[in-house]
Design a binder for this molecule. Structure first.
Ligand SMILES: [Zn+2]
Length: 140
């Protein structure tokens, strides 16, 4: 993905050709993907991850907005709720592993504002509670 930022976004999802192996990805659970940044380390900050399968434009908006805020001097921590990504609700940053490193996963609440550990939460959003390797059946 080309942009003016000095970080990269990897978007690994069903139907997307993997940049590394050249094969079509198809092992993800429904509603899951593995999108993440590389390059936040130059700001002394963990990278970010989104695992809810939104379109690339929306995932890019979320990850780049956070990246720009880090570049602007903000620092985020696990467990923190972050306003300003979506107009109507905050997101939460949880720590997960991705490719052997710790990342801050952007956990997105459902349309009613319920987070995935809540009983009321839309079940599709629950994939966000899974470890990165559990999101993709082929990689288990
Ligand atoms: Zn990557």
């Amino acid at each position: 993905m080309k942009h003016e930022f000095d970080w990269l976004i990897h978007y690994i999802a069903n139907g997307v050709i993997c940049e590394e192996c050249g094969e079509m990805e198809e092992g993800f659970l429904p509603y899951a993907c593995n999108a993440h940044t590389h390059g936040m380390g130059k700001y002394g900050h963990p990278d970010f991850q989104v695992v809810l399968r939104y379109p690339l434009e929306k995932v890019g908006y979320i990850l780049n907005t956070l990246g720009k805020r880090v570049r602007g001097g903000e620092r985020f921590h696990k467990g923190e709720y972050v306003a300003g990504i979506f107009e109507d609700c905050p997101v939460r940053l949880d720590e997960f592993e991705e490719s052997g490193r710790k990342v801050l996963r952007v956990v997105i609440p459902d349309k009613k504002g319920s987070f995935p550990e809540s009983k009321e939460c839309d079940p599709r959003y629950r994939v966000q509670l899974l470890k990165t390797e559990e999101l993709n059946k082929r990689r288990e």
